[in-house]
Design a protein around this ligand. Structure first.
Ligand code: C5P
Length: 221
């Protein structure tokens, strides 16, 4: 049977960096579920649907064809036949994803895709509801977090390295808004699964977090 490692946590906690590093070391596939919600958000933006139009979102999501392929080990998201991976990290797309991901029809569709992937392959899957909803029987569950200020500082550094100017307070406010929405939505809110291990990365570097997860994996398997 496929081995599943679930990593959940708030935006900017370092989930994708850590999940990628763990997947590489264990030779598992890394599944970034946030990218799927972002692809759906991009689809809605392109259709001119605003964050307030939940009914239109529900209707539109039926027609969006989202699939995942791997190119040299890196996840690529295909939206209606187009590789949209490079557009997904924009702030606008992330903010729309945080709103459109509360929609039950959108969640239903993407959770199905995630479960199919995890049933076929050994995966490290990251998101908000992997341990609580998508893969409740995952072999290992991690809840990875860090303070909002730490996460905002990391995001600013990332943006500045790309030559994009940013205001720390604005990024931190966005992070707090996103946390609030993710934690307070009706369906699959972000929360630590009862059997998840809590890791706070505020004072840990990437290698330390990765090594801890590998240690937990070896202990469990
Ligand atoms: O992790 P990332 O920032 O790429 O996710 C974008 C948005 O998608 C998040 O703000 C969250 O609202 C949503 N999401 C979700 N469930 C997941 C992964 C992401 O609701 N499993």
């Amino acid at each position: 049977m496929a081995i599943n490692i679930a990593i959940d946590g708030p935006a900017g906690a370092g989930k994708s960096t850590i999940a990628k590093a763990v997947a590489k070391e264990l030779e598992f596939i890394y599944v970034d579920t946030g990218a799927m919600y972002r692809a759906m958000a991009l689809y809605l933006i392109r259709k001119g649907i605003s964050p307030k139009e939940q009914e239109k979102m529900e209707e539109a999501c039926k027609n969006a064809e989202i699939s995942i392929v791997y190119e040299k080990g890196a996840q690529q998201v295909i939206l209606d036949g187009e590789n949209v991976t490079e557009y997904l990290r924009q702030e606008e797309v992330g903010n729309m994803a945080s709103v459109s991901s509360v929609n039950p029809k959108i969640r239903e569709k993407l959770v199905e895709l995630q479960r199919v992937l995890a049933s076929k392959e050994n995966v490290v899957m990251d998101g908000r509801d992997i341990g609580t909803c998508v893969l409740p029987h995952a072999d290992i569950k991690i809840y990875l977090t860090a303070s909002a200020r730490t996460r905002a500082l990391r995001r600013c550094k990332e943006l500045e390295e790309k030559g994009i100017a940013c205001v720390l307070e604005e990024i931190e406010a966005d992070i707090n808004d996103r946390d609030y929405r993710d934690m307070h939505r009706d369906i699959s809110p972000l929360k630590q699964a009862e059997d998840a291990v809590l890791l706070d990365s505020s004072n840990m570097n990437i290698t330390e977090v990765k090594d801890e997860i590998i240690r937990l994996y070896k202990e469990a398997i």
